[in-house]
Each structure stands twice: as C-alpha cells, then as structure tokens.
Design a protein around this ligand. Structure first.
Ligand SMILES: Nc1ncnc2c1ncn2[C@@H]1O[C@H](COP(=O)(O)OP(=O)(O)OP(=O)(O)O)[C@@H](O)[C@H]1O
Ligand SMILES: [Mg+2]
Length: 353
C-alpha cells in the first residue's frame, strides 16, 4: 500500500445551516501532497463541518474542493477517493474485523482473492492481523480505533480524513495511537486532514495546523509558528497555557505593567494591550531572561505537583504564574515572599485589547 501523495485544495469553502450564522466561512487551504494538516479549535468552530464538506458528506453552501487539480465539489463521497475515520468509529457490530475492513472493497466490486490480500495487508499495517476474526465488541477502544483506520486505508485513498479519532481513548493509549497514526501516515505519504480540539495532539502530530475560530482560519502555520508566534490573543490562549495581563503600551513601544516597564520583540500597538507570557518561560531572579523584563512581585500561592512547581506572583496589579521544574534540595518560595520574576523580550507576546 503506497500512495504518492495528492494535493488537496479548499477554495473559500463555506457552510450555512438554514438561516443561522455561517458554520464555516470562506475556508481556503492548500494541502501539499503527503502533508498532515490539523484542524484545531474549540467546540462548535466548524471543524467537523469542514471535514464533512471535504469528504462530500455535507454539501457546501459555496466554495470548491479540489483533489489533485480535479474539482470534486459536487461528487458523492465514494467518488472522491477519500478514506474517513469518524470519532465514533462506526464499525459494523455483526461483522468481524476482516469483514469490516473488506466492506469498502466489496462495495467497489473488487475480486475476492484481491480483497483478502488487501485486508491482510491493512490489518498488518495497524497490527491487528491476529484479531481478524473478532467482533468489534470483543476489542478494546484502541483496537476498534485501529480497525476504523484500517478500513479507511484499505481502499488506498488519495486523502485521509480523521475526525477526533483518539477522543474515546484513555490518556496513555491516546499517546500510543498518536505515534502510530503519525508513523503510518508518513510511511504511506498519504495527504491527511486531522480534526482535533486537543492542542497537544495537534502540536505533536501535524506538519501544519489551521487554528479555527468561529468558522474561520484564525492562523495557519507549523506547530512552532503557532506556539511561538501566535497571530492573535485567541490563538495564544487556545494553544498552550499563558499568563495574561492587562497593560498599557506607549508610542515608544514600552509596555507599562502597573509601575513596571517591559519590552516585547514584536512591534507593539500603542494603547491598551494584553501581555501574554508562557508560565514555563518565566523564572526567578533573572534565571530566565535577557536582562530587560525583570519585575518585583509578591508570591501569592505555591502549588507543588512533583515534577513542577507553580508559583502565582502578584506583579504590577496582575498575577504571573511561574512554572519551574523541581530540583532536589531547592528551597521552595513561600507565600508572602518578595521575589523578582523575569522573562525574555522575545517571550513577551502583546496583543491590542
Ligand atoms: N446539521 C446541522 N444543522 C445545524 N447546525 C449545525 C449542524 N451541524 C453543525 N451545526 C452547527 O455548526 C457549527 C459548527 O459545528 P461543527 O460540528 O462543525 O463544530 P466542531 O468544530 O466540529 O465542534 P466539536 O469540537 O464540538 O465537534 C456549530 O455551531 C453547530 O451547532
Ligand atoms: Mg466536531
């Protein structure tokens, strides 16, 4: 099973249900052959609707879907050359694993002998060869998930569409399946759209992420871009954890945090702003920083969680959470202690308020 990878292009794809507000508003996306793209965003932002329009399960209100340069916008799902894994798996309960995987091939009219070979290959790919004759109810959640993946891959689709495929699994299994899906996708080189509301999952698995907000793409970029250079407060807040402090920026680019002055590496809009800093990028007494952003404050709360120490420090009228990995023998700050917190100019994210 090898796929050379096919380009997928969405052109101003939109969906309005009834006369409600647009669920998806002019989403454009150019997915390179073999690329793994995540659609990430909060509940109701339009991820599933976008995926269903790509797969042909929900008709679009306007816009186009192109697969390898071919317009498939009006084609039914089975003529789009796409494999789909739903959040609920949607396996046939009365069929065994092999029959579930064979179903799509039978519908396409393949010969029995060819089907057996392809099914065996797909089951090997997801390491389920030994369980071919079990029923879905005799499988664990992770195994059922892999059957759904094998069923999508067995038809050797040009495009793989995954809608929150890991959300029914426990934390440990999720991480294992993350790695497994990632490896299979890279090995087959299959162009993939992966829907998730889990930012860690998106950061860990995707080549690029489209962060969605209210039916639109708020930002498209690599995990590193999205995390280090969020385009808006919404993206900074949704991806990763952040301290968020109200401040005032001057025309000279200096940001006033209460009585303190701090700087950002990015251009700063004059006026009221929100300053955002990742908790693990803040340290005490200049341990994190470049000598610019150092603010005295008072410890208001200390939370010890074994490998990490989280300290809430009151700074310039706001609270800055400082997260530090714990070390044996290090003294813990106490509530009421006066401390100095510091962070890099390049770690200071600033957005107009
Ligand atoms: N069949 C439908 N009829 C009417 N409105 C719908 C329908 N399906 C979805 N919507 C609405 O469209 C918007 C986007 O829904 P969608 O299912 O695409 O969100 P989502 O990002 O997948 O959310 P979740 O993370 O909860 O799965 C929501 O406001 C939802 O209520
Ligand atoms: Mg959804």
């Amino acid at each position: 099973m090898a796929s050379s990878g096919t380009r997928l292009t969405l052109e101003a794809l939109s969906k309005r249900y009834g006369d409600g507000p647009p669920a998806v508003a002019a989403v454009s996306l150019d997915v390179a052959p073999g690329e793994f793209i995540g659609l990430l965003g909060p509940s109701g932002c339009g991820k599933t609707t976008t995926l269903r329009m790509i797969g042909g399960l929900t008709p679009s209100t306007s816009g186009r879907v192109m697969v390898g340069g071919r317009d498939v916008t009006t084609l039914p799902p089975h003529k789009r050359d796409m494999g789909i894994v739903f959040q609920s798996y949607a396996l046939f309960p009365h069929m065994d694993v092999a029959a579930n995987v064979a179903f799509g091939l039978e519908m396409r009219g393949l010969k029995r002998a060819d089907i057996a070979g392809k099914v065996a290959q797909a089951l090997d790919l997801v390491q389920l060869g030994a369980l071919a004759h079990r029923r879905p109810r005799e499988l664990s959640g992770g195994q059922q998930q892999r059957v759904a993946l094998a069923r999508a891959l067995v038809i050797e689709p040009a495009i793989l569409l995954l809608d929150e495929p890991l959300s029914n699994l426990d934390a440990k299994l999720r991480e294992e399946m993350r790695a497994e899906i990632h490896d299979i996708q890279k090995r087959l080189g299959i162009t993939t759209i992966f829907v998730t509301h889990d930012q860690a999952e998106a950061l860990a698995m995707c080549d690029r992420i489209a962060v969605m907000e209210k039916g639109r793409v708020a930002q498209l970029g690599t995990p590193h871009d999205i995390y280090e250079h969020p385009a808006s407060e919404f993206v900074a807040d949704f991806v990763g954890r952040s301290n968020r402090i109200a401040a005032e920026a001057g025309a000279d680019g200096v940001i006033r945090l209460g009585e303190h002055r701090v700087r950002s590496a990015a251009p700063v809009p004059a006026g009221p702003v929100t300053v955002m800093i990742r908790p693990h990028r803040v340290g005490f007494d200049g341990a994190e920083g470049d000598g610019w952003n150092i603010c005295p404050g008072v410890v208001r709360r200390v939370t010890y969680v074994g490998d990490m120490l989280a300290c809430e420090v009151e700074v310039g009228g706001g609270i800055v959470v400082v997260e530090r990995p714990t070390q044996p023998g290090t003294a813990l700050p106490a509530v009421g202690d006066g401390v100095r917190v510091s962070w890099r100019v390049s770690d200071t994210l600033v957005f107009p308020r």
